[in-house]
Design a binder for this molecule. Sequence first.
Ligand SMILES: Nc1ncnc2c1ncn2[C@@H]1O[C@H](COP(=O)(O)OP(=O)(O)OC[C@H]2O[C@@H]([n+]3cccc(C(=O)O)c3)[C@H](O)[C@@H]2O)[C@@H](O)[C@H]1O
Ligand SMILES: Nc1ncnc2c1ncn2[C@@H]1O[C@H](COP(=O)(O)OP(=O)(O)OP(=O)(O)O)[C@@H](O)[C@H]1O
Ligand SMILES: NC(=O)CC[C@H](N)C(=O)O
Length: 685
Amino acid sequence: METAHPFYTLRQQGLVRVGACTPAATSGDPAENAAEAIRNAEDAHAKGIDLLVYPELNLTSYAIDDLHLQDGYLGAVEQGLAELVAASEHLRPVLCVGAALVRNGRLYNCALAVHRGRILGAVPKSFLPNYREYYEKRWFALGSGVTGLEMELCGQTVPFGTDLVFAASDYADFTFHMEICEDYWSPVQPSTEGALAGALILCNLSASDITIGKSRERKMLCAASSSRNMAAYIYSASGPGESTTDLAWDGQGLIYELGEELAESTRFQWNAETVYADVDAARLRQERMRTGTFNDAARHLDHPETRFRRIAFAHGDLGEDRGLVRAIRRYPYVPNAPERLDEDCYEAFNIQVEGLAKRIRAAHAKCVTIGISGGIDSTHALIVAAKAMDRLDRPRTDIRGYTLPGFATGEDTRGNAWALMKAIGCTAEEIDIRPAARQMLGDMGHPFADGEPQYDVTFENVQAGLRTDYLFRLAGQHGGFVIGTGDMSELALGWCTYGVGDHMSHYGVNGGVPKTLIQYLIRWSERTNQFDAATDEVLERILATEISPELVPADAETGAMQSTEDRIGPYALHDFFLYWTLRHGLAPSKIAFLAWHAWHDRNAGMWPIGHADDNRPEYDLATIEKWLRVFLQRYFGFAQFKRSALPNGPKVSGGGALSPRGDWRAPSDGTPAAWLAELDANLPR
Ligand SMILES: Nc1ncnc2c1ncn2[C@@H]1O[C@H](COP(=O)(O)OP(=O)(O)OC[C@H]2O[C@@H]([n+]3cccc(C(=O)O)c3)[C@H](O)[C@@H]2O)[C@@H](O)[C@H]1O
Ligand SMILES: Nc1ncnc2c1ncn2[C@@H]1O[C@H](COP(=O)(O)OP(=O)(O)OP(=O)(O)O)[C@@H](O)[C@H]1O
Ligand SMILES: NC(=O)CC[C@H](N)C(=O)O
C-alpha cells in the first residue's frame, strides 16, 4: 500500500474505521467458526478496517446449552482461538471475538481483543441474563466485579477483567472498550465506566435472538448508549447458523455515533456480512471536552480511570489513503432527508416566530419596522413577523415595511420588495436614501459627492448606516422597534456594518439561522402553504435572485450586480466551516478534509431534497483552502467585536449560535494566527 500525504489519512484526522461482522455461524463447531472468523478478518483487512466486532461467543456458539460445560468442547474453543490469534499476525484490524473460557475453575462468557498475534485482553460478561428464554447462569460465572486479574491463554499471559480499556499507542483517539449483549440491557451499563475511563469506541458482542420488534429495541439502545456515553457504538448480533432449537437469529450489525446510525447490516441472510464506517473519534473527544456533564459523571462514579487498566497496543497503521466511508452533509444545517428537512424547518420557523411574538408583547410595541430590500434575509424576517402578528391576533399592518433604495438598488429587487409587502399586507412605504447619503458623503468630503465613482467601504457603510438610522427613528416615531434581518453566516464573517448599520436592531430574528437554511425555510413556508399563492409567487422570484448587498452600483459595462459570494466566498462553504468550528471545534485542516470529501464531486453523496439541479457546484482543495482562510481570518479575528455587541434573538440551530451570551464566547481583539498556522502545517503542498 502506498503512503499518502498525512492529510488524506484517517489516522491524521482522528477517524477510525470500524466494522460490525455478522459471520456465517456453524453451531457447535469451534474449528469451523474460527476458520470463518479468519476469513472475515482477512476481508476486513482488505477493507482497511481497524477494529472488527464479532458476535457474542462467535467461536464457541451461543445456543448450545449444556455443551458449554464439556471439557472436550472447551479445548476445541481454545484451539480455534489459537488459530485465529496466529492468523491475526499480519492483519490490520483489532478483532473483538467471543469465546467461553475457563479461568480458575470458572467458565466465563468472554470478549477478547486480538491483534497482530497478541491477545490484548479478555473481558467477562458482567450481566448474565437468566429470565424468559435465557439460562446463562446455568453455565457461566458472573463477570461483574471481576477486576485486576490475568489468565493464561494460548501460551500468553492475558489481562482479564471488566476493568480494561484498550488504546493504540500510535493512533491518537483510537481507544475502545468491550461489553457483551445483556450488558447494555442492564440499567448500569459497563461501557459507561469504560467511556468515563477514556474509551471513545464501545463494542458490543451480542447473541440476541430475534423476536418481533427486537431490532428496533437494539437500535434504540445503540442510539442511547452512543449518545449518553458520547461515543461510537458497534454492535454485532449472531446470525443464521446458530441453533434454532427454540430460537431464531437475524444477524444484525449496527454502527452508531453520538445517537446517529452510520451503518446497518442486511438481516436474515446466510452469508457473512461486515458493515463498516469511519467513526470520528476526535469529534467524540471534543464533544466530551465541551460537555461538562461527562466530567461530572466521572466524579460521580469515583473516577473509573483510577481503576481501569489501559492496555496499549501498536496499531501499525501504514498511513495510506483509505478514502472516507462516512456520509458528510454538504449543508450541515440542512438535512437531506425530506421528513427531517420539514421537521427542522417547522421548528426553526416556529422558534423565530415565538421569539419575536413574545418580544412584541413584552415591549408593548405598537409596531415593528423592517427594512425590506427584496433580498432573502429581510424577506424571511418579514414572513416571520407576519406569522408573529397572526399569532398575536394583530393586524399585519402593525408591521411597517420600508423599502429604502440607495445608489445601487436594482429595479427588480425594489419591485420584489414592494410586491412582497403588498402580498403580506403590511404597511409599506418607500424612502429614497440617496439625498441624505449624498449630503453625508459631501459633508465628509467623500469623492463620490463630486461625481467620482469611488465605491469604497465608506460609500457602502454610509448607505447601510442611513437605512438603520431611518428604521430606528421611524420605530420611535410609531411606538415600535426595529427587527434585525442579519443571519448567522453574516455574523460568523462580520459581514455587516457595525453599530450604526445593519448590525444593530432591537431584536434580531435571523441571528440564529445560517444563510443556507434561510432559503429552505422560505421554500418550506411555500410548500406547507403558510401564505397565499400571491405571496408564494413573490417568494419564488426572490429566491431566484443572486445574493447581493446592492451597496455598489452595477458594473457599467456588463450591468452585473455586486455579488456577495464573489467577494467573501460561497455561503455553502462558509456554513460548512462555521458548523464544524462552532459546534465541534475541529482543527482547520480536519475541516478542510471533511469539506473536500463533501464537496469535491458534485455527483457523489446526497443533496437536500428539492435542491436545484443546475446549482450543484463542486470545490477542489485549493478553492476550499482559499475560502477557509477568509473564514478563519474573519471568524477568529475581525468579526468577533461585532458579535460581542449583538442584539437579542433566539438560538435556533443545534449547530450552535453566536450570541456572546450563549454558545460562543471569544475575545474581541483575538487573532486567527494559530488556526492559519495549523492549516499551513497540515495541508498538502
Ligand atoms: N476588534 C475591533 N474592535 C473595535 N473596533 C474594530 C475592531 N476591528 C475593527 N474595528 C473597527 O470597525 C470598523 C469596521 O467595521 P464596520 O464599520 O462594520 O465596517 P466594515 O466591516 O469595514 O464594512 C462593512 C462590510 O460589510 C459589508 N456589508 C455591509 C452591510 C450589509 C451587508 C450584507 O451583505 O448584508 C454587507 C460591506 O460590504 C462591507 O464590506 C473600523 O472602523 C475598524 O476600525
Ligand atoms: N433597498 C433597501 N431597502 C430597505 N432595506 C434595505 C435595503 N437594502 C438593505 N436593506 C436592509 O439592510 C439589510 C442588509 O442588507 P443587504 O441587502 O446589504 O444584505 P442581505 O444580507 O443580502 O439582506 P437581504 O437578503 O435582506 O437583502 C437588509 O436585510 C434590509 O433590512
Ligand atoms: N445474549 C444475551 O445477553 C441476550 C439478552 C438480551 N437481553 C436480548 O434480549 O437479546
